[in-house]
Design a binder for this molecule. Structure first.
Ligand code: NAP
Ligand code: F7E
Length: 327
């Protein structure tokens, strides 16, 4: 008790759980917003359950946010909560806009009313670049989102810039490219592959069914990216930073590498495609330029592509060989 106070929304998710671990290690008192679900999903928080203070609330509910911010009384706010799955944003566009877009304004209003000197981090996304205007993408690349998720993140990004300019609030955006881990949701392509390959290796499945194998992404490791979030809020001036590895690979390359880690040859025989996994508008290729984060924040991702695939496949092999089927 008695350290700096941080408030994290989205604490039950992939990034929120790694960030809570990092901040607790640094001596922060950490408060996390948790929404009501019929069965609680605290599986990512096993390592921090004892120390983390949870507060009830939802990004769609203004009064719960105002109340939680008042109780946490933080110096730093990390807004990581979102409907974050791009495919779902096509089937639930209004909900995605409510949470991922308008939710940010609700939280900004809660913070502004409570204490305008709070440092605020917004989880912005490379999905804002969408149909890319230049390669690689950096902080100056124009946005052209390709999904209701991307559109909501662009709204949220500009809301943050606007509140910074209008009210002088210390708000920063991390424009992060894809980052993954064994805590990634099972519906995202990297985890779907690592889980599927592990099931095939253990004789629990024959194949994986995917969409566009030629999509290209700049994939990094989530624990490296939460370090960028923290570094962003340690600056004396707010700013916007791209977080990326600078390297891009296709879904096909991810598959090849994952099967290799599991020691399975002739991987193509285990992979099917189904157009139902294609998106109405696809983001074909993304690759970031993290030079500003390196220069200003001293940030560099440590885990590269092959190591990331190894970490994820090994974690799923271990989990599934113990007979645990959940995430
Ligand atoms: P995630 O695993 O999907 O976690 C999302 C979190 O948001 C969960 O804790 C979820 O709670 C919470 N949430 C969803 N709806 C909510 C609501 N209405 N009210 C309050 N909380 C709500 O996402 P992630 O991968 O950790 O990503 C963290 C943030 O970074 C997200 O904003 C995402 O859009 C953004 N981002 C992610 C990446 C990436 O590659 N991972 C890249 C760029 C930006 P439940 O557990 O209750 O569902
Ligand atoms: O798709 C292709 C799919 O769902 C990656 C979120 O964290 O990162 C994430 O968004 C690519 C796409 O992530 C399947 O079409 C092929 O081109 O793993 P994903 P995403 O859409 O890049 C950004 C930065 C965020 O901000 C988001 O919150 O893979 N793909 N076959 C597939 N994708 C999925 N999910 N499933 C497939 O079967």
């Amino acid at each position: 008790m008695g350290g700096r106070r941080a408030f994290i929304t989205g604490v039950t998710g992939q990034d929120g759980s790694y960030l809570a671990e990092l901040l607790l290690k640094k001596g922060y008192e950490v408060f996390g917003l948790v929404r009501r679900l019929s069965s609680p999903n605290m599986s990512n928080l096993q390592t921090v359950r004892e120390e983390l203070h949870t507060l009830d609330g939802d990004l769609t509910d203004q009064s719960s946010l105002s109340h939680a911010v008042k109780l946490a009384d933080p110096e730093e706010v990390y807004n990581l909560a979102a409907q974050s799955f791009v495919a779902t944003s096509f089937s639930q566009p209004v909900l995605t806009g409510e949470i991922t877009g308008l939710g940010v304004i609700r939280l900004l209003e809660a913070v502004r009313a409570h204490n305008p000197s709070v440092k605020f981090y917004q989880a912005s996304s490379s999905e804002m670049f969408g149909h890319i205007a230049q390669e690689p993408q950096d902080e100056t690349t124009p946005f052209h989102p390709r999904s209701p998720y991307g559109v909501a993140k662009v709204y949220a990004y500009w809301a943050c810039v606007n509140y910074r300019e209008a009210y002088g609030l210390p708000i920063s955006n991390g424009i992060l490219f894809n980052h993954e881990s064994p805590r990634r949701g099972l519906e995202f392509v990297t985890r779907k592959i690592s889980d599927g390959v592990a099931r095939i290796a253990l004789g629990k499945a024959d194949s994986i069914t995917l969409g566009n194998l030629e999509a290209r992404r700049d994939w990094g490791y989530a624990p490296d990216y939460v370090d960028l979030m923290w570094r962003t809020l340690q600056q004396s001036e707010p700013g916007d930073f791209v977080g990326a590895t600078g390297e891009a690979h296709t879904v096909r390359e991810f598959l090849q590498e994952a099967f290799k880690v599991a020691g399975i040859e002739n991987w193509e025989g285990h992979v099917k495609t189904d157009p139902k996994f294609n998106r109405p508008a696809e983001v074909y290729a993304l690759r970031g330029n993290p030079a500003k984060a390196k220069r200003v924040l001293g940030w560099e991702p440590k885990v590269r592509f092959k190591e990331l695939v190894r970490i994820m496949v090994r974690a799923d092999l271990e989990r599934l060989s113990k007979g645990q089927s959940g995430a």
